[in-house]
Design a protein around this ligand. Structure first.
Ligand code: SAM
Length: 371
């Protein structure tokens, strides 16, 4: 039974105040933190709402009809998201991932994508623009997303067996409709589709081989994610984590694999390819093999708080800066100063308090901060 805890979120105007500094410097493409990590990726949560109630993310006992979702005026507008993204790109950000909540529930999301697709990196290249979705309304949205300029897609799917999947999404959503959403994305020309499977020991780990078999040879990269202790409401417990090396061992016993190099420094997933040449899988091992030392990601919550870590419990209030007449240069300096003081490495020092958070150590929910 999950304890009913209303997850923290920052009340209007109550986030940490970012420091603009007195001597403004011109943005440059290499913004580094105290551990030498360079700012390259930005994840933006466009809504804190979702139509699924995945037990590991937005359990129904907590996210019920009384849950205090953000009011529309608290959300960053498309113009504010675009302005912020453009400032981030002037600081070296090259990759944007839209997430949530379920991003496709944000009305007219394709208009935002069209706006973001016009932004360029400091090298003059288009941003790498991608989105993570549960796929439930992808059939309806795929063509508009593609036309708007979305380049890549990640779809979450935790199993092929309907009973298992429905138990995890907890809203009785069938596997077939997610697979149909993926097919729709392929039909409209999305290449590089990835599928994320969160592996929860004792719940869906017996689906690993079926999933591997299904996506092997399809051109779609299946990625296995260790069940993480994000937020404070998913009842996380180390016993439910299946270490990635056991996932690899299971697959390798049936479909032999070999490790391959990362595509770029800071890539979250470790890559393994099938020896028979039928593609690759990825492993995201935030719990057993933390990758904080090469984390290049910042996150913007649905209401414009900048978070420096997925496991943070405090954000910096950029919405207030955006809404109080600050210039782009001032906001850029505030981002640089915020990132420069970054020192977190939560996953590397994850301890026993993780399983039993006290009020002071509660972390923000993934649906709010963006997964
Ligand atoms: N609604 C979208 C979706 O389902 O993909 C986007 C948001 S969701 C928070 C982003 C990703 O985070 C999904 O792949 C989801 O499975 C993953 N996720 C959520 N909670 C998690 C947890 N506790 N451990 C590992 N992954 C988690």
């Amino acid at each position: 039974m999950v304890e009913k805890v209303i997850p923290i979120r920052i009340d209007e105007g109550k986030g940490l105040v970012p420091s603009i500094g007195t001597q403004l410097i011109t943005p440059h493409g290499r913004t580094q933190d105290t551990r030498g990590r360079v700012l390259r990726d930005l994840r933006i949560s466009v809504t804190d709402r979702c139509n699924f109630r995945c037990t590991y993310c937005m359990p129904k006992e907590v996210f019920d009809q009384n849950y205090p979702y953000l009011a529309h005026q608290e959300l960053l507008s498309f113009e504010e998201i675009t302005r912020l993204t453009s400032i981030f790109s002037s600081l070296g950000v090259e990759k944007i991932r839209l997430t949530g909540g379920e991003p496709l529930l944000r009305k007219n999301l394709e208009i935002l994508i069209e706006m973001l697709a016009k932004i360029h990196t400091t090298d003059g290249k288009p941003l790498d623009l991608t989105l993570t979705t549960n796929g439930s309304i992808l059939r309806k949205k795929a063509a508009a997303l593609k036309a708007a300029g979305l380049q890549r897609l990640t779809v979450s799917l935790d199993g092929l067996n309907d009973d298992v999947f429905k138990k995890m999404n907890d809203v009785d959503f069938p596997v077939e409709d997610v697979l149909d959403g993926i097919a729709a994305a392929q039909e409209v020309g999305f290449a590089n589709i990835k599928v994320n499977m969160v592996v929860k020991k004792g719940t869906n780990d017996h689906e690993i081989i079926a999933m591997a078999k299904h996506f092997k040879g399809s051109g779609i990269i299946l990625r296995f994610i260790e069940f993480m202790d994000v937020g404070s409401s998913n009842g996380w417990n180390m016993e439910q984590v299946l270490p990635s090396k056991e996932v690899i061992a299971q697959i390798n016993a049936v479909f032999p694999l070999e490790p391959i190099d990362a595509n770029y420094t800071g890539e979250v997933a470790q890559r393994w390819r099938y020896l028979d040449g039928s593609g690759e899988v990825g492993l995201i091992s935030s719990v057993t093999q933390a990758f904080c030392h090469e984390c290049t990601r910042a996150r913007i919550s649905t209401d414009g708080q900048l978070y420096l870590c997925l496991f943070a419990n405090e954000g910096f209030d950029f919405k207030s800066l955006l809404r109080s007449g600050s210039s782009d240069l001032e906001i850029a300096n505030a981002i640089m100063n915020t990132w420069a003081q970054r020192n977190d490495h939560y996953s590397e020092i994850r301890g026993s308090q993780t399983a039993n958070p006290t009020a002071g150590s509660r972390k923000v929910e993934m649906s709010y901060i963006g997964g």
